[in-house]
Design a protein around this ligand. Structure first.
Ligand SMILES: O=C(CO)[C@H](O)[C@H](O)COP(=O)(O)O
Length: 227
């Protein structure tokens, strides 16, 4: 199976975790796309749920499919959030933000009772960091922040759109990607990044995921993170 077929298989499989009357967080990305398409089919067939989304992209897709949507501020809990990921290590720590949506994704994840990630097998790694670590940054003072990151040896690069401009997030911020190669101590790095003024959110998602559905050639595998 190619990567897209693996993404589609886990996207569809993950919808089995959604039960009637749940409030569900919908992530962002090409794997989540397939999950939302399947959820749309089930809602049209009578499944009663409500959802919050983590990006305008997902909101627009879900709205077209007739999935009932709420703003995050208008729900009192989220039962389950289903999202993609860019890397997951053997300790279930992850990198997200390849789609630049990680600030909203982390906000929704932190407010969810359960988090389920859907990934193809290429995302399962021994050590995080091969995938560039995304930072959502405030445009105000971003050059100074960039220099500070460079000085720390974190190999930053602004993420650029097809027109050659700084990519803008849903919140109209910029993304800086850190090309680290490997992240030996994710918690230490997360702690340092959490304390840098100008960084709105980083893409390290630590101690957050409960269940991973991995797309493998012989079918989706469900892995529980027993914490
Ligand atoms: O974090 C994300 C978006 O900010 C995505 O979930 C992550 O990039 C995975 O995307 P895809 O399913 O397209 O591979």
């Amino acid at each position: 199976m190619d990567q897209n077929e693996l993404k589609k298989a886990v996207g569809i499989k993950s919808v089995d975790f959604i039960k009637p009357q749940m409030t569900v967080g919908l992530g962002t990305g090409s794997t989540v796309y397939y999950m939302v398409e399947e959820l749309g089919r089930r809602v049209q067939a009578g499944l009663k749920i409500q959802c919050v989304t983590t990006s305008t992209r997902t909101w627009d897709q879900a709205e077209k499919l007739g999935i009932p949507l709420k703003k995050l501020n208008d729900v009192d809990h989220i039962d389950l959030t289903i999202d993609g990921a860019d890397e997951i290590d053997k300790n279930f720590q992850g990198i997200k933000g390849g789609g630049g949506a990680h600030t909203y994704e982390k906000t929704v994840a932190l407010n969810s009772q359960r988090n389920l990630w859907i990934v193809d097998q290429s995302k399962m790694v021994t050590t995080l960091g091969q995938f560039p670590l995304p930072l959502e940054v405030n445009p105000f003072g971003c050059q100074q922040l960039f220099q500070r990151l460079e000085k720390e040896g974190l190999k930053p690069a602004f993420r650029i759109d097809k027109q050659g401009n700084n990519l803008l997030t849903d919140m109209k911020n910029y993304i800086i990607d850190l090309h680290l190669g490997q992240i030996k101590h994710p918690h230490l790095l997360a702690d340092w990044l959490d304390h840098q003024t100008g960084i709105i959110e980083h893409g390290l998602f630590l101690d957050l995921v409960n269940t991973v559905v991995v797309g493998c050639d012989d079918g989706p595998k469900i892995i529980e993170n027993i914490r």
